[in-house]
Design a protein around this ligand. Structure first.
Ligand code: GTP
Ligand code: MG
Length: 200
């Protein structure tokens, strides 16, 4: 079992050339700007400001690594934020490209979507990419606290159609405010940690 409170900030990388090779299994948090990646990390690890959160999109601009035992966690910078210079978008693509396609040991990706809305084109592209590259990922549906239980159920069934093969993908309603979904997420992280210990 992961001892969640022992997590520690490790390092930040803003340029792909700096990314150190991966030497342990990683769990990544991906999704568009402002969807709640950094908030999710703080909630899951039960720490106020492990990851930096902002109401302004584009807060996390570097890949921020956290380490807990033999697992590394990656808070990824968000995509889809329109008010970004072209050079900045270029840097983002290179960084992400390098992160996902340089043979790192990425054990699991939490792909976040705002539960209230249909996935954006960027979200769809990201999901397609994860699928076609064979990554192990689950969809975390954030800001669930903004919906009533019946609205949540409506969105859950809508998403299964909005996303190709959506019915086959694990979806976890999540709220960084109420803690909904935290236990499922922690369970998945523990599973990765256990599998890793058994392998070594
Ligand atoms: P970037 O770093 O820009 O990619 O964004 P991010 O995905 O890390 O989002 P962040 O965690 O910084 O949260 C963005 C905003 O959404 C903040 O104002 C958070 O307080 C809010 N937020 C995040 N998660 C939740 C949630 O579960 N419920 C509610 N109501 N608000 C949330
Ligand atoms: Mg962030």
């Amino acid at each position: 079992m992961l001892n969640l409170h022992l997590v520690q900030f490790e390092s930040s990388y803003g340029v792909s050339a700096q990314l150190p090779p991966s030497n342990m299994p990683e769990i990544a948090f991906a999704g568009r700007s402002n969807v709640g990646k950094s908030s999710m990390i703080n909630k899951v690890f039960n720490q106020k400001s492990l990851a930096r959160v902002s109401s302004k999109p584009g807060k996390t601009v570097t890949i921020n690594f956290f380490r807990l035992g033999e697992i590394r966690f990656a808070d990824l910078p968000g995509y889809g934020y329109a008010q970004v210079a072209k050079s900045e978008k270029q840097r983002w693509s290179e960084l992400m490209e390098c992160y996902f396609s340089s043979g790192r040991n990425i054990a699991l990706i939490f792909q976040l979507l705002d539960m209230r809305h249909a996935p954006s084109e960027d979200d769809q592209r990201m999901i397609d990419y994860l699928k076609s590259s064979g990554f192990c990922f689950v969809l975390v549906l954030t800001k669930a606290d903004k919906l009533s239980k019946s609205q949540q159920n409506e969105r859950l069934s809508a998403l299964k159609n909005e996303i190709p093969d959506g019915g086959d993908i694990t979806m976890i309603p999540f709220s960084a405010q109420t803690g909904e979904g935290v236990s499922s997420v922690v369970e998945m992280m523990n599973k990765i940690a256990t599998e890793n210990i058994n392998r070594s």
